[in-house]
Design a protein around this ligand. Sequence first.
Ligand code: HEC
Ligand code: HEC
Length: 264
Amino acid sequence: MSQARPLLFLLAAVAVITASSLFIKRPEPAPRKQGGKTTEKAVPPGSSPVIPMVTAEMTDGKVIFEQVCTACHGLDGGGKSELKSPAIASLPEYYASNQIASFREGRRGHHPEDTQSFLMASIAKQLTPAQTDAVVAYLTQMPRTIPADLEKGSQDADLANGQMLFQERCMECHRYNASGEIAFGSPPLVGQQAWYITAQIEKFKDGRRGTVKGDVNGAKMVLSSNFIEDKQMLRDIVAYIVSLNPRPEPPAVKDESPFESASR
Ligand code: HEC
Ligand code: HEC
């Protein structure tokens, strides 16, 4: 016992260090793993995340979601800011399928400096078309989450300016309540975290997203992002979009006008 102690301590320390140095942790051990094929070669040098594996026997959308997607997108599909992974619960089918195809076919996740997209691309490449359909069908019916960072950034933002910019520049495609539009292939922006919206616009602006030939929908956003000239403008728009989310329910009586919340 007294001899086992230092060893246990050492093991625990190693475990802690390893866990914190990994960008991504493995999900709960998947029952019945097959093949033992590793996907580590898909990881860019410099980062050494352990990416969950999709196996051939995973045919059910719920199983794929729980064993693979939750590792990065969370149990409720609401995303994880520490992994820079977005909310995917309730994304419409047209958009989610299209994005997974984009990751798989290199329209998204192709840029060497875009680690997050690269990671997601390595997942998309493991999914068969049938698995993609199954998991997309599952996540589209999950309830939409309310971003945890609802208020973040809005202190420095001019919401009225954000609203005006949104109405002038974004609404024609994303609709007045940012709910997305199948006819334009535009996603809902409500439900999405402020930092993610910001990061994607920066990616559209600097060529990490939307610039590959044939990415028709991405190209629309490259054009639309161009007019956002500075950080303040971006902050204003993002704060406005995020303000379109319903307020989370529990926080009891804050003295807010009932009219205001009812009109949202
Ligand atoms: C290793 C972490 C990781 C895993 C596992 C993962 N994702 Fe992702 N996913 C990401 C990241 C990070 C992004 C954002 C990429 C970016 O910034 O462009 C993303 C983006 C997405 C998007 C695009 C969302 C949008 O609003 O454009 C979809 C759809 C998606 N993931 C679906 C899935 C599904 C389905 C699974 C499970 C089969 C899955 N992901 C597993 C990390 C992951
Ligand atoms: C001409 C139509 C159009 C306009 C105008 C437009 N968008 Fe988009 N937007 C799209 C389409 C289409 C996509 C999906 C791109 C893809 O498939 O990769 C998109 C995607 C996005 C995304 C990525 C969301 C995600 O989940 O990854 C963000 C953020 C976004 N738009 C914000 C904006 C903002 C802010 C404005 C106004 C400044 C705007 N868009 C104006 C059509 C448009």
